[in-house]
Ligand binder design. Structure first.
Ligand code: ZN
Length: 162
């Protein structure tokens, strides 16, 4: 279903790297703020899914995120989300000067505690990357509509081939 929606042009494919996010959504300024923010970033509420969170997000993430949340709800997995730590955030990757995918509104952070494999599988099915799959340090709370790899040995997260 996910691939069909991409091919039909209903969904934008996940960006393959932060560099590709910059090509698609425009540059960030020196404070990691999107120059084209008003064009891409829209309000989003988790309330229809029983979660009392609101945030702003890249409009390209909204439809896949709604599919994820709806499926988590239908499968009785939504209760695994017990805390929310933000989505859109103009900042670098922690401890670096490289832009975070959060600066493009393409990632969300939830619990620090672990999720079940069934929960993670739903996100992946809709094109999201889980930080628990990063190459080096694991970002257990992080889901993004991108193909980030984290810090990989002998290359960087721009090395993913299209
Ligand atoms: Zn994150």
């Amino acid at each position: 279903m996910f691939q069909q929606l991409i091919l039909a042009g209903v969904l934008s494919a996940p960006v393959v790297s932060v560099q590709k996010a910059q090509e698609r959504y425009g540059a960030l300024d020196k404070d990691y703020r999107m120059v084209n923010e008003s064009k891409w970033i829209v309000p989003f509420s988790f309330k229809p899914f029983g979660l009392n969170y609101e945030t702003r997000l890249n409009r390209d993430i909204i439809v896949p995120l709604v599919f994820v949340l709806q499926e988590l709800k239908l499968r009785g997995l939504i209760s695994e989300i017990t805390s929310f730590h933000g989505c859109f955030s103009s900042r670098p990757v922690s401890g670096t000067n490289r832009p975070s995918i959060h600066a493009y509104g393409l990632g969300c952070d939830f619990n620090h505690s672990k999720f079940s494999s069934a929960f993670v599988e739903v996100w992946k099915r809709w094109g999201f990357t889980w930080g628990g799959d990063f190459c080096s340090w694991k970002d257990w709370m992080h889901f993004s509509y991108s193909w980030e790899k984290g810090e990989c040995p002998n290359n960087d997260d721009a090395a993913i081939k299209e």
